[in-house]
Design a protein around this ligand. Structure first.
Ligand code: LUZ
Ligand code: MOS
Length: 754
């Protein structure tokens, strides 16, 4: 049988993304005119030159929006097209349609938007000083930090900075829209969240959601960038179709995409950490300044994840953390794999590094001593159940023979004057569930057709993570069928309503649970029918590998025959399944309760080799011990870990998202924005999974895999710092990522990196 899984189709080049879809002959192509300064008041829009270019050109502005010109969801601060002001360099101001894409882009460039400049701010701390926030600050206060600091033998404070990150999915943002009979809107969107696009389109066009269908077939990568921010492009395409009466396709080129869309949030953080004489951490305090950009978007949910991951994988009894979401005139920063957790992990690891320096202690010893243990509770009171932080750490150090490993590195460093090696360990403990309780729900629709084939539809979007493969596996196992009998459909708002985005690593957990609930309903009906056909009590009847079993032994009745008989008997062979994660009790107002279904654990060691003359480095190895629960698909999970590590390494070492003093993005193409490639990746990569373990919160005891391993990349920063210190023990420390060679060179020179 042909392999129809997403991966196989992708390899054959048989999958179609938005821009590959054939369009009707009368389809118009869309382009946007972007703002060319950081902030300004719109005085006038002159479309005459654009309109003169070609009779097919249409220029659409805020005034053309028939419904509400607003797509902000958490906070209504994001007009679809601006009416009075633009708020960052690269903001879409005007939508332009034309018969061809090149005409549309040319016409967009000819639209003249006149305006007067307004003062702009780009730095999060500056915005905070001016009290420019997009949302009230979030605080968690647990224990008594002041009393605890007073009792500490060591107290260290410092500052940590981390930069933004461009998602660089291969498929940029895009959408296709048409208005169908009766004024209903149909949109194909490259989105992680069809329901969000549906809501935005309905609001912009003044339609009920029932008159808007949004389909997401598959995405060429997303990484969070299409969790909230696909709505803009979906709604713009729909607006174009509404105004023109013709189908419209909107697909961004890379440069427009990099300027216009949101990225990972840059953070700047002040911390204070205190420990007793033995190095047990007693208190931790942090103030996070999140650069939120110009609109709210997902920033509060991201800050919620930051303040819930403040102590990383460590037990700290007294914690006080505050997160400011600072409004700046930069693109609205948004979800990116990790979602505020990597920023928090980097801060606590930097704090432990600073503490180790102050104590003259070994970083790894302090890390090991403070890991979460079974039976601990986190600082918000979530119990650690089936905790594996120590198990992962110990397996890693055992595997590496860590003591000897360090001795070898020291020996290398003693015998090399132009090169130094460094290594560092990083443990993870990543909470799985959306930080917003209401989002932890999913639905599935399962059909068994007369011929015995099975179709599963859920809210899970296939974006390369092979969630469709995992769902097929879950459905097949639940029904007792070979996987080849199960097909997984694209996501549309017609089959499953009110879906949450495929995000927070929960895609296969939530949708897998919903699919298995639906499959169990159908299976129960079929088992009752089979029991009647075989004259056996239903308790003894099962289905395995497509054969009905009795007390575990195959019977004469096969799946296809059973399904046909059930259909003849007028038994419903379709079912809807719904799952809502139980036990989520966290209340952000009190900062107490259980925010997550469970944690994913693991530990990584990265080793680097630094060339002191050139201040360049190579990654020698990455060794990872990871907790995947009872693994559902090892090849998929391995791929996810490798990809997440690459993105983590890119964030900590390489990807330098910089804005000029005027707020203009400096590297807006892939020739200037540096990404990790194969050559950059560690020469040796060893990924080991911890032994299987129960996890009742995900299908077949599996665990979510998407985001947690991104954190492993942070080990590379500390490994490089270790190598720098081997060369220059008194090198200053500036906790700042990405740790690009220019910064390494400055430290080696005894300068302060800028
Ligand atoms: N999206 C979201 C996420 O809306 N809430 C979350 O907690 C989250 N976590 C990770 C990635 N996306
Ligand atoms: Mo996300 S950062 O859309 O899981």
């Amino acid at each position: 049988m042909k392999d129809r899984t997403a991966a196989a189709l992708n390899l054959r080049g048989a999958t179609r993304y938005i821009d590959d879809l054939p369009v009707p002959a009368d389809c118009l192509q869309a382009a946007v005119k972007l703002s060319e300064s950081a902030r300004g008041r719109i005085l006038g829009i002159d479309a005459s030159a654009a309109l003169a270019l070609d009779p097919s050109v249409r220029v659409i502005t805020a005034g053309d929006v028939p419904g509400i010109n607003q797509i902000g969801f958490a906070v209504p601060d994001e007009p679809l097209l601006p009416e009075r002001e633009w708020e960052y360099w690269g903001q879409p101001l005007v939508l332009v349609l034309a018969a061809t894409r090149s005409l549309a882009r040319k016409a967009a460039a000819l639209v003249e938007v006149s305006g007067e400049p307004l003062p702009a701010v780009f730095d999060a701390r500056e915005a905070a000083a001016a009290r420019q926030f997009i949302f009230p600050a979030q605080t968690i206060n647990s224990g008594d930090v002041e009393a605890a600091f007073a009792s500490c033998a060591y107290v260290v404070s410092g500052r940590v900075d981390s930069g933004g990150q461009e998602h660089v999915y291969l498929e940029t943002q895009g959408a296709y829209a048409e208005i169908r009979e009766g004024g209903k809107a149909f949109v194909i969107s490259s989105t992680q969240g069809p329901t969000g696009v549906q809501r935005a389109v309905a609001q912009a066009l003044g339609l009920p959601m029932s008159a808007v269908e949004v389909e997401a077939r598959r995405l060429g990568g997303a990484f969070g960038g299409k969790e909230d921010q696909a709505s803009t492009w979906g709604a713009l395409a729909a607006l174009g179709a509404w105004v023109s009466g013709k189908p419209v396709k909107l697909y961004l080129d890379r440069r427009v995409h990099m300027r216009a869309t949101g990225k990972r949030h840059p953070y700047s953080t002040d911390f204070r950490i205190g420990a007793d004489a033995e190095g047990r951490i007693l208190a931790f305090e942090a103030t996070y300044y999140q650069n939120s950009g110009c609109t709210c978007d997902l920033s509060p949910a991201i800050m919620a994840r930051t303040v819930l991951h403040a102590t990383g994988a460590y037990k700290v009894p007294n914690v006080k953390v505050t997160g400011y979401m600072c409004r700046t005139n930069l693109p609205s920063f948004t979800a990116f794999r990790g979602f505020g957790a990597p920023q928090a992990f980097f801060v606590i690891e930097a704090a432990i590094d600073a503490l180790a320096r102050a104590m003259g202690a070994d970083r790894a010893v302090l890390q090991r001593k403070n890991l979460y243990r079974e039976g601990d509770a986190t600082y918000v009171g979530m119990p650690i159940v089936r905790g594996r932080a120590e198990e992962a750490f110990d397996r890693l150090t055992e595997k590496l023979a860590w003591k000897e490993y360090r001795v070898d590195i020291d020996a290398f460093n003693a015998s090399h004057s132009m090169e130094k090696k460094g290594a560092a360990i990083l443990p993870i403990c990543f909470g799985i569930s959306f930080t917003k309780r209401s989002m932890n729900q999913a639905g599935a629709l399962v059909h068994v057709y007369q011929d015995g084939s099975v179709l599963v539809s859920t809210g899970a979007i296939e974006m390369g993570q092979q969630v469709s493969r995992k769902l097929a596996r879950v459905a097949a196992r639940t029904l007792g069928l070979p996987e080849a009998r199960v097909a997984v459909e694209r996501t549309t708002t017609l089959t499953v309503a009110n879906t949450v985005p495929t995000a927070a690593s929960t895609g296969s957990d939530l949708n897998g649970m919903a699919a298995s609930i639906a499959c169990r309903k159908i299976r129960d009906r079929l088992i009752a029918k089979a029991a009647a056909m075989l004259g056996e009590p239903p308790e003894r009847v099962g289905i395995a590998e497509g054969i009905v079993t009795v007390s575990g032994a195959p019977s004469r009745l096969g799946w296809d025959e059973l399904v046909a008989a059930a259909n003849q008997d007028r038994i419903d062979l379709s079912a809807h399944g719904f799952y809502a994660t139980p036990g989520l009790t966290y209340d952000p107002a009190t900062g107490r309760g259980t925010p997550f279904a469970y944690y994913v654990y693991g530990a990584a060691c990265v080793t680097v080799r630094l060339d002191l003359l050139r201040a360049t480095y190579r990654l020698e190895s990455a060794t990872i011990v990871h907790d995947a629960g009872t693994i559902l698909d090892e090849a998929v999970d391995r791929g996810q870990i490798e990809g997440a590590l690459a993105q983590g390494l890119g964030w900590t070492l390489l990807e330098d998202l910089r804005f000029g003093p005027d707020g203009r993005l400096l590297a807006d193409t892939l020739s200037t924005y540096k990404l990790p490639d194969l050559d950059f990746m560690p020469k040796a990569m060893d990924i080991e999974f911890l032994p299987p373990m129960d996890n009742p919160s995900a299908p077949f005891n599996s665990k979510a895999v998407g985001e947690p391993p991104l954190q492993y990349g942070i080990a590379a920063y500390f490994a490089l710092l270790d190598a720098v210190r081997a060369a220059k023990p008194d090198a200053g420390t500036v906790y700042d990522v990405p740790f690009i060679p220019e910064k390494v060179e400055a430290l080696l020179d005894g300068r302060r990196p800028c």
